[in-house]
Design a protein around this ligand. Structure first.
Ligand code: BG6
Length: 517
C-alpha cells in the first residue's frame, strides 16, 4: 500500500487542490533514511544528490532526516559537509540555500563498523530521537549501499538492535543494491538472509535501469497504444537487439569489476529486465504483483541456444582512443588481475519460449569502452512479404524497426521505407523520431530520485522480486560456467570500437548484423 496521503500532505500546502488529482506530485509521508556506505562512490555521485533533488522538488516531507553510517569519526557537521560537496558537484537541480538548510537540519551521523553492536544501539537511539524531534513517525528506510559481503552482518545487526521490527502503524524497509549474489546459489543465500529479517514487501532491490524514464515508457508505448501491440510478436518481429554500450572504462572500480565482468555486472540485471519488459504480456494492472508476475513468466521462459560457442561472445578492451584521448587497455588499469579472464564485453542470443516469441531471437550486448554511450532496444521487423516495385531501386530499403532509445538521447525512433523525391520510384529507409527533450518541457528525474521516492512511498512495481533475481541467474549461470570452462580468453577489441570480432560473427552466423546506434 502506498503512503501517498495527498489529502493530508498536499492540503497542508494548497487546500484548494483536488487531493484525488492523479497529476499531483507524490510526496512521501513522515520518514527518515539511514544510509550505510555513505563514503562510497554511489552514495556520493547518485544517492545523496538524489535526496537533495527530491527535497528541491518539494517531494520530501517536512522533518525528513538522513542518517549516515560509516567507519569514520565524523560529527553530524562533518557528514553534512560531505553531503554538501556531493550535492554541489552532482545534483541535477539548482542549489538553493533555503532548501539545503532545511534538509541539513535533519542530518545525523553514526560512526561504526557494519558489525558493531554498540554502533547499532547508538543508531537505534538516534532514530528514536528523530521520531521525537522531527516527527519521522517510526518510519525508517535502511539503504545498504555496501559490498554484498556486508549484507548479512548489517541485516543481523538491524534485527538484533530491534531496528528491523515492524511496529503497528509505521514501517521499516530495507533497500539493497546489486550485485544480488554472483550466481544462483549465492543469490538464494542472500535472499534467505534478507528475507529472514524483513518481510518480502519491505525489501526493495534496486535495479536503477527500472527507474529510468524511457524504461518505464516502454510500458506506456506498448500498453497505452493500439499501434504497437498488433505487430509485437513472431508474426511480424524478426529479432530484437538490446544494446547497452558504455564509452567509459572501469575507472577506479577494478576491485569490484575484476571479479564480476560485464555479464554479471549488467546483463544479469539491467539487460534481462529490459528483455522482460520488452517481451512480457500485458499486465492486468500497473501494480507490483501484476507487473512482476508478467516479467517472471518471460524470465522463466528464456532458453539458451544449444551451441553456446556460436551464440555468445565475450571480449576485453585493449588500449585505444576514446574521442581524441588515448586510453589504457583493461589489463593496464590499476588493480586488475591480468591473468583473470574477466570480460568487459558480452553478447548473447536468447530465445523466449512463448507462443508470442517462438522463433524470434533476442540479442543482448554490452561493453565498456565502446564507440559511444548508448542504451537502446531495437525491435526489428520482418521484411514485407512482397514488394510490387519491380523496376524500383530498393537496395537501400532495410527492415522496419521500432527503437526505444533509453539513453542518452531519450526517445523512440521508427524506421521505415519511403519514396526518394524525384521522377523515379526509389525507396529508401528513413526515420521518424520522438525525443523527450522536444516533446516535453519537464526534465526526467534521475533514476535514483524516482526509486528513492518509491521506497519512501512504499511503491514496489519498479523493484525486482527475489524470484526475478533468481530466474536471471538461472539464465546466466550456464553461460558463465561455459566461459569459465573454456581455455580461450575473451577476445581483444581496441577501446573506442564496437567490440570483438566474435560478436560480429555471432550475428553473421544468423545472417544478421548489429545495428550501429
Ligand atoms: C551499473 C554498473 O549498474 O550501471 C556499471 O555496475 C555501469 O558498471 C552502470 O557503468 C551504468 O549505468 P548508467 O545509468 O550510466 O547507464
Amino acid at each position: 500500500m502506498s503512503e501517498r496521503t495527498p489529502a493530508a500532505v498536499t492540503a497542508e500546502h494548497n487546500p484548494l487542490r483536488d487531493p484525488d488529482d492523479k497529476r499531483l506530485p507524490r510526496i512521501a509521508g513522515p520518514c527518515s533514511m539511514v544510509m550505510f556506505g555513505v563514503t562510497g562512490d554511489l552514495a556520493r555521485k547518485k544517492l545523496m544528490p538524489a535526496i537533495y533533488d527530491l527535497a528541491n522538488r518539494g517531494l520530501l516531507p517536512t522533518g525528513f532526516s538522513l542518517v549516515g553510517f560509516a567507519r569514520r569519526e565524523w560529527a553530524d557537521q562533518d557528514f553534512a559537509k560531505v553531503v554538501h560537496e556531493s550535492v554541489r558537484e552532482h545534483a541535477r537541480t539548482p542549489f538553493r540555500e533555503e532548501v539545503w538548510r532545511t534538509l541539513a537540519e535533519g542530518f545525523r551521523f553514526v560512526p561504526g563498523s557494519f558489525d558493531d553492536a554498540d554502533a547499532f544501539t547508538l543508531l537505534a537511539r538516534t532514530v528514536r530521537a528523530l521520531d521525537e524531534e522531527r516527527g519521522t513517525g517510526g518510519n525508517h528506510a535502511f539503504y545498504l549501499s555496501v559490498p554484498p559481503a556486508w549484507f548479512a552482518p548489517v541485516c543481523d545487526q538491524l534485527q538484533a538492535s530491534g531496528l528491523a521490527d515492524q511496529q503497528p502503524g509505521s514501517w521499516r524497509r530495507v533497500v539493497i543494491e546489486k550485485p544480488f549474489g554472483h550466481d544462483l546459489a549465492s543469490a538464494q543465500e542472500l535472499n534467505a538472509i534478507v528475507e529472514g529479517v524483513f518481510p518480502p514487501d519491505s525489501i526493495f532491490r534496486i535495479d536503477h535501469y527500472l527507474g529510468k524514464e524511457t524504461v518505464q515508457n516502454l510500458l506506456a508505448l506498448r500498453f497505452a497504444n493500439q499501434m504497437f501491440e498488433p505487430v509485437w510478436n513472431s508474426h511480424y518481429v524478426d529479432h530484437v537487439q538490446i544494446t547497452m554500450a558504455e564509452d567509459i572504462g572501469i575507472g577506479g572500480r577494478a576491485g569490484y569489476y575484476d571479479e564480476v565482468g560485464a555479464a554479471r555486472d549488467v546483463i544479469q540485471n539491467h539487460l534481462l529486465q529490459l528483455l522482460a519488459l520488452t517481451a512480457m504480456e500485458p499486465p492486468i494492472a500497473f501494480t507490483a504483483d501484476a507487473v512482476r508476475a508478467e516479467k517472471e513468466k518471460v524470465l522463466a521462459s528464456v532458453r539458451l541456444p544449444e551451441d553456446l560457442d556460436a551464440a555468445t561472445a565475450r571480449g576485453r578492451y585493449t588500449a585505444g582512443w576514446q574521442g581524441s584521448e588515448p586510453v589504457p587497455g583493461y589489463v593496464e588499469e590499476e588493480g586488475v588481475d591480468a591473468s583473470a579472464h574477466t570480460e568487459t564485453y558480452a553478447a548473447m542470443k536468447l530465445w523466449v519460449h512463448t507462443r508470442r516469441w517462438a522463433g524470434v531471437p533476442f540479442y543482448l550486448r554490452t561493453g565498456k569502452r565502446l564507440g559511444k554511450r548508448v542504451t537502446e532496444i531495437a525491435v526489428v521487423l520482418k521484411r514485407a512479404p512482397h514488394l510490387p516495385f519491380t523496376d524500383t531501386a530498393t537496395e537501400e530499403l532495410g527492415q522496419n524497426a521500432v527503437v526505444i532509445r533509453v539513453q542518452p538521447d531519450e526517445g523512440v525512433t521508427m524506421r521505415f521505407g519511403s519514396k526518394v523525391p524525384g521522377t523515379q520510384m526509389e525507396v529508401r529507409d528513413v526515420t521518424m523520431d520522438f525525443g523527450y527533450g522536444a516533446s516535453f518541457t519537464e526534465s526526467s528525474p534521475e533514476a535514483y530520485e524516482r526509486l528513492i521516492l518509491d521506497v519512501l512511498l512504499g511503491e514496489p512495481p519498479l523493484f525486482p522480486r527475489h524470484e526475478e533475481v533468481e530466474l536471471s541467474w538461472r539464465i546466466l549461470d550456464p553461460i558463465i560456467d561455459h566461459w569459465a570452462a573454456s581455455d580461450t580468453p575473451p577476445q581483444d577489441y581496441p577501446a573506442g570500437t564496437w567490440g570483438p570480432p566474435c560478436a560480429d560473427e555471432l550475428m553473421r552466423h544468423d545472417g544478421r548484423e548489429w545495428r550501429l546506434p
